[in-house]
Design a protein around this ligand. Structure first.
Ligand SMILES: Cc1ncc(COP(=O)(O)O)c(C=O)c1O
Length: 391
């Protein structure tokens, strides 16, 4: 039988990706959430995961997950609105709402699903959505799904945003959504200016705190740290990063959360997270609420490393967080630097287009609170060696 014609097209596209050093494949990594992961049998310092607080392997989370499995079993067996509910799910939503100082919260199977639900619920074809050019892909997908008119503004460019909002001031309804930490650059949104514009132009304001929760603002995020929490309509976050587990969540006023429970298709039409995950999430939330010092330590360490890298003339962009890009430009150089770091015992992700703009391929260092002095020396020595090698 002759193969169907689409195979040729797919093969062609894969070859093109390979030729431009853009073909992705799952790396030969094992134990990828540990401080030292295994790569092709070697232990490497893990600077590529989002386990910023080192909680994914914390025994208190593991015990809570095991206890939840022993009490409730492995699966939730249904969507939340049918029978996929257990007492600990309600507890988690209530404790998260209290932690974020909001009326109510709703859980999703992932941060991705949470962003889809927000856009799909609060926007329609008659809505204009303002979105920072570097917002996460899940936000873009949610906007596409909603059918709304998308107005993208230049990254962190408030005067551009203002012009765009002025031009759309007669739209039937308006929503603005922004990451608070941009995931490939580690820089922060200008939230105060954005909140002012949203008040002036009567625009719903949604923040994605996926990378900030657990770290900034005593773990509550950047909106809280900047004393803007009550000026923001919806706070989206994720348990998959600083909290070391899985799941997305949205917090806000009671009616808005109730609306999401009714309209969010990625909430209504999917099986709820399994009990083990909820057990771990509750343990992580309680750990952070009781002791936010891990996040503070992580930020001190990140500032120190960024200062060092810049003193070696590396381009770390505008990073102000635990995510530090080392921007090298072309794709091949990014892969070459990644491989050199591996030789030095360090695993960092090489990020290439389309995840980042053409010509800005980079190493994305994501630091973690459990790094010690020795680890930091190892990272600094490796980059100093790279610099010396390039000269
Ligand atoms: C800013 C941002 N929002 C949302 C998500 C999606 O979260 P999750 O991985 O829990 O689906 C991510 C994941 O990388 C992210 O970086």
């Amino acid at each position: 039988m002759t193969p169907k014609s689409f195979y040729r097209r797919i093969e062609g596209e894969l070859a093109e990706l390979e030729n431009s050093a853009l073909l992705r494949s799952v790396p030969a990594v094992d134990c990828g959430a540990e401080k030292e992961l295994l790569f092709k049998g070697r232990k490497l310092l893990n600077l590529a995961s989002n386990d910023y607080l080192g909680l994914a392997n914390d025994e208190r989370l593991a015990s809570a997950a095991i206890a939840a499995v022993e009490r409730y079993g492995c699966g939730s067996a249904s969507s939340r609105l049918v029978t996929g509910n257990f007492r600990i799910y309600d507890e988690l939503e209530q404790e998260l709402a209290a932690f974020k100082e909001q009326d109510d919260s709703i859980l999703f199977t992932s941060g991705y699903a949470a962003n889809l639900a927000i856009m799909d619920s609060f926007a329609s074809r008659r809505t204009t959505i303002f979105s920072d050019k570097l917002n996460h892909a899940s936000i873009l997908d949610g906007i596409r799904m909603s059918g709304a008119r998308q107005v993208r503004y230049r990254h962190n460019d408030i005067s551009h945003l203002k012009k765009r909002m002025e031009a759309a001031k007669d739209a039937e309804s308006r929503v603005l959504i922004t990451d608070t930490i941009f995931s490939m650059d580690g820089d922060l949104a200008y939230l105060e200016e954005i909140a002012d514009l949203c008040d002036y132009y009567d625009t719903m304001l949604v923040v994605d705190e996926a990378h900030a929760e657990g770290i900034f603002g005593s773990g509550k995020g950047i909106a809280y740290e900047r004393k803007l929490a009550q000026r923001i309509d919806l706070h989206m976050g994720a348990f998959s990063k600083g909290f070391g587990s899985l799941g997305g969540a949205v917090s806000g006023r009671k009616n808005l959360i109730s609306y999401l429970r009714n309209k969010g298709r990625s909430f209504v039409f999917t099986t709820a997270l399994p009990p083990a995950v909820i057990g771990a999430n509750l343990a992580a939330l309680r750990l952070v609420a009781e002791d936010p010092s891990r996040g503070e330590k992580l930020l001190r360490m990140s500032r120190d490393l960024k200062t060092f890298l810049e003193s070696c003339s590396f381009d770390c962009g505008q990073s102000e967080s635990q995510i530090i890009p080392v921007i090298v430009g072309d794709n091949e150089t990014a892969l070459m630097v990644r491989d050199k770091l591996i030789e030095e015992g360090i695993y960092a992700a090489a990020i290439r287009p389309p995840t980042v703009p053409e010509g800005t391929a980079r190493l994305r260092l994501s630091l973690r609170a459990d790094l010690n002095e020795e680890d930091l020396h190892k990272i600094k020595d490796a980059f100093a060696g790279l610099k010396a090698g390039a000269e």
